[in-house]
Design a protein around this ligand. Sequence first.
Ligand SMILES: [Zn+2]
Length: 105
Amino acid sequence: MRIPCPFCGPRDVIEFTVHGEARQRPVFEAHELDTPAAREAFVDYVYLRDNPAGLHVEHWYHGIGCQSWLLVTRDTRTHDILEVAYAAGEEEPAPAVVRTMEVAS
Ligand SMILES: [Zn+2]
């Protein structure tokens, strides 16, 4: 399987690590955090996952590459990648710094 990284281009899946379903973290005001509704929402967010047969949006990390967090829309039945984008709030990474080493002669 190849994933089209928006920065690096198409790369083999072994360069990436999947970090599960991309879901919106529950949002509560500070005074609402110690309520049954907030606890139930966080338990659901942390421990319960959907397992759809079809389109699934996941967080992937391009560790052996540009080290970007990506949102990958994948069909779980066929493993076809339909869309890849930077994760929310992340901008395009800066080009890698190339270091050279002088060799004494
Ligand atoms: Zn990349």
